[in-house]
Design a binder for this molecule. Structure first.
Ligand code: CTP
Ligand code: CA
Length: 222
């Protein structure tokens, strides 16, 4: 790795990272969620710490324990929204790597849903978009980065997310390529910024954490 850790390039910076999935209850024993493991977000947080930043993670339920870094644990998208919107004004770099659930059950059943019928319908309501809310309230000192998970039209969809959410960078993540996506230790991504696109070769999530942060620093310094 060619980053001079000794001069701590992110010293004095405050970095807020969201990581992992969210869970939305259906009844007292069940929830819906997604395959996110939190590896990417925790790798970014670890890199930020090694680069000298003050770091906080807002994390959905994951099986990772990272010593030395402060973690606020949340479960639902709503809880993640509240945590991040409250913390955001105090941070310089905000990285939304969490796989936030897009919908929650309109009503959470009070009792366990019984298998009385052959089919089951649940009505879902859309959750608020956290990145969009952070983008709308972006302060002059802030650099905001989101991710885009796509299985088709990756770059086009990711570019729309950059503009619609007022982000400074979207890390576009192809789920269709080998060695990319949920649970893997590597990712194949393109950085989408206002300046254009930059495709990276396959890298470990650890290394990508550093690359994302150094790119955000470059954007900040422009
Ligand atoms: N995101 C968010 N709040 C949500 C949903 C997504 O902050 N309620 C963030 C994610 O953390 C990610 C970015 O928005 O950084 C893009 O997430 P993604 O799921 O790829 O896109 P969506 O905008 O949710 O649109 P869709 O799932 O329909 O592609
Ligand atoms: Ca989504």
């Amino acid at each position: 790795m060619d980053y001079a850790l000794s001069n701590h390039p992110l010293s004095g910076k405050k970095v807020l990272v969201s990581a992992g999935p969210t869970q939305e209850s259906l009844d007292p024993v069940r929830f819906i969620s997604n395959h996110s493991t939190g590896k990417m977000g925790y790798a970014i947080a670890r890199a930020a710490f090694l680069l000298g930043a003050q770091v906080k993670i807002v994390s959905g339920p994951v099986n990772i324990n990272l010593p030395l870094i402060e973690v606020e644990h949340v479960t639902t998208a709503h809880e993640m929204y509240d945590a991040l919107v409250t913390l955001a004004p105090f941070y310089d770099y905000i990285i939304m790597s969490a796989a936030v659930g897009d919908y929650r059950a309109e009503h959470i059943a009070e009792n366990k849903i019984k298998k009385h019928s052959d089919t089951l319908s649940v009505t879902f309501k859309k959750n608020r978009d956290i990145l969009q809310a952070l983008g709308e309230n972006k302060k002059d000192h802030q650099v905001i980065c989101g991710f885009a998970m796509e299985t088709e039209n990756l770059l086009e969809n990711a570019q729309k997310k950059l503009i619609n959410k007022n982000a400074d960078m979207i890390v576009a993540n192809s789920l269709t390529e080998q060695g990319a996506g949920f649970g893997t230790d590597t990712n194949i991504v393109t950085f989408i910024t206002r300046e254009g696109n930059e495709s990276l070769k396959k890298s470990s999530k650890e290394e990508l954490g550093f690359k994302i942060l150094m790119k955000l620093k470059e954007i900040e310094e422009k």
